[in-house]
Design a protein around this ligand. Sequence first.
Ligand code: MSP
Length: 546
Amino acid sequence: MSSPARFYITTPIYYVNDRPHIGHVYSTTLADIAARYHRLRGEDTFFLTGVDEHAAKVVDAAAALGLTPQACADKFAAAFEETFKRLDMTNNDFIRTTQERHKARVQRYVAALLKSGDVYLGEYEGWYDAGQEEYVTESKAKENEYKSPINGKPLVRKSEKNYFFRLSAYQKPLLEFLEKHPKFVRPEARLNEVVARVREGLNDVPMSRTGSAGWGIPVPGDEQHTIYVWIDALCNYLTTVDTLPAGQQGEGPTPVGAEDRRRYWPADVHLIAKDILWFHAVIWPAVLMALAKCPGYGWIGLPGSVYAHSFWIAEGQKMSKSLGNFVDIEKLDGYIQRFGIDALRYFLATAGPLGTTDSDFAEARFIDVYNAELANALGNCFSRVSNMTGRYFEGKIPGPGAAVAAIPGAADYAHVAEQAVAKAMAAYEALAFDGAAAAGLELVRAVDAYIEQTQPFKLAKDPANLPQVGTILYHCAEALRVASLILWPILPHKMEELWERMGLGAYAAALKNRGSGQLGVWAKWGQLAAGAPIQKGEPLFPRYQA
Ligand code: MSP
């Protein structure tokens, strides 16, 4: 048997200087949707999220809280982990950069790079953005009047003796790589930005830091220096899966873990926001190119793609600490209490900044989307179909019957569903979750239109028409079944509830088993068994009235 396709998706690892907010929940939710979709397809999927701990921001936050950096990191790392559990994210691991497994591997990579000549000890002077822990080029500094392009605070002139990574040597290889892999950076407009900047030329970047109270991973062999937090952080994507099971030592100094995770490398998607695109689209692939040349690391390929979404703003305004308008975890919990986790997932997935423009997290928008798409379309359609099945057929969906030809428009029903599935799959692959949801919703709306057109509630007045009504309802229920499969990655809890009511609990059971999803098989038309139960129950998405 051939082994199933593999899929590896990551989120940024988040700074542990505060509690999670909508931005963090957003990226992790998107990755969760993608991971669930790939599991639904039966792929061997690995989904990684976690936290970035060795940042100066963490040292500062710790000081403000009267904690040690480690205690501060522990506190907020726990908050992130707990939040993602509560939101039922299906990450396969949660990486913390203070974990021994990570630190040991990062040191190994840096030791290899030190030997390779791509890392050297040097002196650097430039404009430093303290909030971002990043040097800004002279031209960018000037353009922004020597203020941070991210937070507007003044840039500082700074010089340091550091280890540097020879990024300048990778301009040509990177441009060649980007030309050969135009989908490496998505959406496309972001690729153009990256290519234009790489063409301008690349400066070497620091690979180590001194200071920061020694909070960081020591540079192997020179413990005065700690590894620059960005290098430490980017490596998480690799350290977490750099394990082979005992007895299977491959080439190179690979640590032994409980599981063979090297098979997941290279990652298929690094999901991030636009703020950290440069690190992911330029520095990270260059570091990997350098590492792949080191003895024992020949297995290291480059990631499939970096997808950079845009930003949420709140009620029309940029979120900031000074405005105190962050959509924080408490606010999100309020939405979950009122509308449920799936409604929040749906709003994030369909109304969020997936493309290159920012999106507004506004209550009125949330309620509009919820009522129009979840309560009125999806929830209501299921109620209608289950109601009629209850009334006319004692809650058991009749078979498709012989009356198909007599129903106008019925003949291409299977085709409509098939097209919806194809459309949704293409959208999921492109991380266009709004398009995937729209494909599911279109199918639901087609059911509504079909009910309007065939008027089963009128036909049912004459018992002689019941076989025909049965066929109509079978088509409706079958289309809803297919729509539920399309929508499951976005609305997993509600769709599992729907499966439960339609006697389809086997899907949920199969999906709990790694690699057992079968979207291709399950989505084929005509699988709902005659006599399958359909329980009405409470509305899936009760209409919200303010
Ligand atoms: N620790 C670094 C990332 C290292 S990855 C190797 C970092 N952390 S962060 O806590 O600042 O998180 C940044 C990420 O959070 C963004 O890339 C994005 O995924 C998410 N968001 C933060 N604010 C956001 C919005 N306002 N809107 C959408 N997502 C944003 O940078």
